[in-house]
Design a protein. Sequence first.
Length: 68
Amino acid sequence: MADSTGRTALLARGRRATALGGSRPTGTRHPLIAVAMVLPLAFLLAVVFGGWEAVVTQASSVAGMLGR
């Protein structure tokens, strides 16, 4: 029962925004936005943990299989 209190408040807030003409968020975002959010973190992790060589090796291997 304690969980339903917070959820009810969020639902009421969403209904109010919809009633005032606002659109309700669906929880999905454009794939390019998701990529733009993930790439900086992926780059940082690759550099910090030394995975850059592995990424380059895999990319060149895939390019070789594709014939480029």
